[in-house]
Design a binder for this molecule. Sequence first.
Ligand SMILES: C[S@@+](CC[C@H](N)C(=O)[O-])C[C@H]1O[C@@H](n2cnc3c(N)ncnc32)[C@H](O)[C@@H]1O
Length: 388
Amino acid sequence: MTESGVTEFASSSENLALKEAVIERIQGDGPITFQDFMAMALYEPGLGYYCSPGEKIGRAGDYLTSPEVSPLFGVMIGRQLREMWHLLGRPGTFDIVEPGAGNGTLCRDVLSWAARTAPDFLDCLRYILIDSSPAMTRRQRDLLESERLTEHVRWEACLPQAITGCILSNELLDAMPVHRVSARDEGMLELFVGWDGRRFVEEFRPPSTPALEDYFSRLGIDPPARCLTDVNLDAECWMGEAAARLSSGFLITFDYGYEAAELYAPWRTEGTLLTFYHHNPGSDPYLRLGRQDMTAHVDFTTVGRAGEQAGLATLGLVSQSQFLSNLGISEALRLGESDRNLEEYHRRKRAVLELLDPAGLGRIKALVQTRGQPQAVLTGWAEGVTDA
Ligand SMILES: C[S@@+](CC[C@H](N)C(=O)[O-])C[C@H]1O[C@@H](n2cnc3c(N)ncnc32)[C@H](O)[C@@H]1O
């Protein structure tokens, strides 16, 4: 359990208008599920963390993602995408669909790399960005317009039909709101959030939807007894939908997470929900409402199966560190003739080590699934190369 209910009403670093909206909803409907609370905290129009102005992702924000560490991440992704384009027979239009694109940094880095080194590939690219937050979409537009990279870019409100190419997400699923449940002697209970006039209060009630018990029956796993367990129904649903929209090509999912048996291990007593504020992790979701990020690890067994049920074949699941090593990121550790000064070289070296860090970004998982290329051997997921 978090130290729930300890948040006083007037904390300067929270979004008071958002807090009022959450309280009003609770006063109207009664206690809401934790999932509804998290959805409002992150995505309430105009008020939620991702839907309000300000730096969120990157060194000046609250947490770092791989594209924000270095353009080398985009270069490795670019190499993998070009290989996929070749495997599909170099179609005249190759879609890269990136939902949850954040600041638009990965898109910038893939397109810049293609412009420098793969102009034939660039000519065939249609890069489609989708983000549920208008504030993040604006950041993407500002970045790509300022770098004159919009020629191959389009923004869509939702996943297009009949995609040929690759759907690619980085830390999208772990930003979706989760239900929190607990297996008790009397059966599964779900965490609800109420308001006692001074603070948010947690209470357990029967599940809001049978989908939560069904989730574990389908996995054939019991949620660990008397623990707090996070269930991301939206991620499963999103993967099924994304897979259905893919006519031909690949679905790549980068995220923090584990296979179900590891994610729902009995020793994980508090689930995996984390908050981030100015690069400090925390565990109290009621603090700094609308000003801190919230995230929970992904169940790769369930999301993988969702893709398979929509007709995709799974080609591989590796750590990000292995993926990047397979694609040759360690070349960047060599001091080259083009390194004008040692400072530049050391900056690059630090970035590579950060992307490969087995206790940090390197432990992110990379899942790849396909429609139409079940025999494909992809460099990023090649066997025989071990983690750096
Ligand atoms: C953790 S950030 C990751 C950003 C970026 N991919 C990166 O690696 O820096 C999650 C992003 O996903 C967006 N998002 C959340 N749910 C979404 C959904 N269902 N569809 C599209 N975008 C979504 C958020 O607005 C945010 O921009």
